[in-house]
Ligand binder design. Structure first.
Ligand SMILES: [Zn+2]
Length: 112
């Protein structure tokens, strides 16, 4: 038998994560910088670094949405239930990943 779900702790963890993500997303993307380097190669790696930053921000936006949805589920009283199958999500899973929307079985079954 697993421990009862601590909604207060989950909310605290989710709010901290939302704050962290908002702070990171609020930071401006690093400017391309002065064109002091001459070679094509360094220009290309600069573009690559920018694309990587943008990909990271996309990931953070998705993550922030997950966190906000989880907070919404706390308010709606459905937190801790799998959004796919409706069964309770294991407490250990929610403690590790408070924004988890699905149980481990559905997460494994979901296409990546
Ligand atoms: Zn499920």
């Amino acid at each position: 038998m697993s421990a009862p779900l601590d909604l207060t702790a989950a909310r605290t963890a989710l709010e901290a994560e939302a704050r962290r993500l908002r702070a990171e997303l609020g930071e401006p993307i690093e400017a391309p910088g002065q064109m002091t380097y001459g070679s094509q190669a360094s220009a290309a790696s600069q573009v690559f670094a920018q694309q990587r930053d943008l990909a990271l921000r996309d990931h953070e936006k998705v993550q922030l949405r997950r966190v906000l949805e989880a907070l919404g589920r706390i308010d709606a009283g459905s937190f801790g239930r799998c959004v796919t199958c409706g069964l309770p999500i294991a407490t250990e899973r929610l403690e590790a990943i408070p924004w988890a929307a699905t149980c481990i079985d559905c997460a494994r079954a979901a296409p990546r």
